[in-house]
Design a protein around this ligand. Structure first.
Ligand code: GLY
Length: 380
């Protein structure tokens, strides 16, 4: 297998340098934003997300746990625990919950339980897993994404199902894993195009489970290639491989990775959609941060001479992010700039929903560096 520990030696100065910059800034921001659940910033300051069920609310505590494990600085732990408590309102409210409970609790309460053995965190994570499993549609063989649509699946869910693999292992009941694999199999068949590009949304008939149609979603449109969706798929399929050992998942992750690398190979700066008009030029840094994490996982799960392809691509994406899009100013709260919620041709969205810092950009950028530093794996 590819030896990641050996490979990182040549990039040690870069990796250590970024980790130091992250720690220097985040150790201060951690205290400053302790009572907030950040999503983006306004004038450089994290704004509190008032929708407690919002799908991104686990990334801030998740980021804090990464930094805690890597530094043992208690400030990070305190902030992660504080946010986990704030999220109880979403669990208790129940009706605001959706398929993104994996993003919300697997990397927050799930990591807390894993590190500290906190029983309350274990219950929170099991509860989240059970609500995710309950969204499975037996006939369509998919996990329902949102509450507004009776039977659509979105590619993002590949990042939520590791919560189900965890739950099966935790309580010794394979049903959660069966649901996760069934969803992954359907996604592999219906979302991944032969060329490695990915459909964002697929609708099914809620009764019969038959495939109805592809829906455009957050990319340029139907048949386009939303870069964050590519990244969710690349990273999500390799995680499913790690949890199950099913070779097709690794092969699928590699196919998506080859397509992703081909689309960024000019400058390693990620466009928001790989199949959109040339203008406006829209970037989405969250896509390359998430893809870099998945590429690192592919690298360490393939043979020596193959792993370097994925490793080098991950390093190039991370270097491009660091050099072009990272803000290490101490008096501003976010790090990775230029994230984009959805593709748009409306210039008035720039700075509002387009080309803004988004919390999961910071999370995945830090996760990639964390992995390269060789810290304990938290996401199995
Ligand atoms: N999961 C929604 C998004 O990636 O924006």
């Amino acid at each position: 297998m590819f030896d990641l520990t050996k490979a990182v030696e040549q990039d040690k100065a870069f990796i250590d340098g970024v980790w130091e910059k992250l720690d220097k800034k985040l150790s201060v921001v951690s205290e400053r934003s302790r009572d907030k659940v950040p999503y983006t910033t306004e004038n450089g300051t994290h704004i509190n997300n008032h929708n407690i069920s919002w799908w991104t609310n686990g990334f801030w505590p998740g980021l804090m746990w990464l930094m805690y494990v890597g530094t043992k600085n208690e400030t990070y732990k305190k902030t992660a625990e504080r946010t986990e408590e704030l999220l109880d309102e979403a669990l208790e409210g129940f009706f605001g919950l959706h398929h993104d409970v994996g993003f919300m609790w697997h990397i927050s309460a799930g990591v807390n339980y894993r590190i500290t053995g906190n029983e309350k965190s274990k219950v929170r994570t099991m509860y989240a897993a059970s609500t995710l499993a309950a969204r499975y549609n037996l006939n369509a063989k998919i996990i329902r994404a949102w509450n507004s649509d009776p039977c659509v699946a979105i590619i993002d869910c590949m990042m939520n199902i590791p919560l189900l693999y965890w739950a099966s292992r935790e309580i010794g009941d394979p049903r959660y894993k069966h649901i996760a694999m069934s969803h992954a199999d359907t996604t592999m068949e219906n979302h991944i195009r032969p060329d490695g590009s990915v459909k964002h949304i697929v609708e099914y008939d809620v009764e019969t489970g038959e495939y109805v149609k592809e829906i455009g979603g957050q990319g340029f449109g139907e048949h386009s290639s939303w870069s964050r969706g590519q990244a969710w798929a690349l990273h999500g399929f390799v995680l499913s491989y790690i949890h199950t050992g099913k070779q097709e998942y690794l092969d699928t992750a590699k196919r998506i990775a080859h397509y992703f690398i081909a689309c960024v190979c000019d400058d390693y700066l990620p466009k928001a959609d790989f199949r959109s008009p040339e203008e406006p030029v829209l970037y989405d840094t969250t896509a390359s941060a998430c893809a870099a994490c998945g590429l690192i996982e592919i690298a360490r799960n393939v043979p020596e001479h193959e792993g370097k392809i994925y490793y080098r691509a991950a390093i190039k994406l991370l270097k491009a992010l660091d050099a072009n899009f990272c803000n290490y100013e101490m008096d501003e709260d976010s790090i990775v700039q230029m994230g984009t919620e959805r593709w748009t041709d409306k210039p008035e969205t720039i700075g509002k929903t387009t080309h803004i810092p988004i919390i999961y950009g910071d999370y995945y950028f830090a996760e990639a560096i964390y992995k390269l530093k060789g810290f304990d794996l938290l996401f199995e």
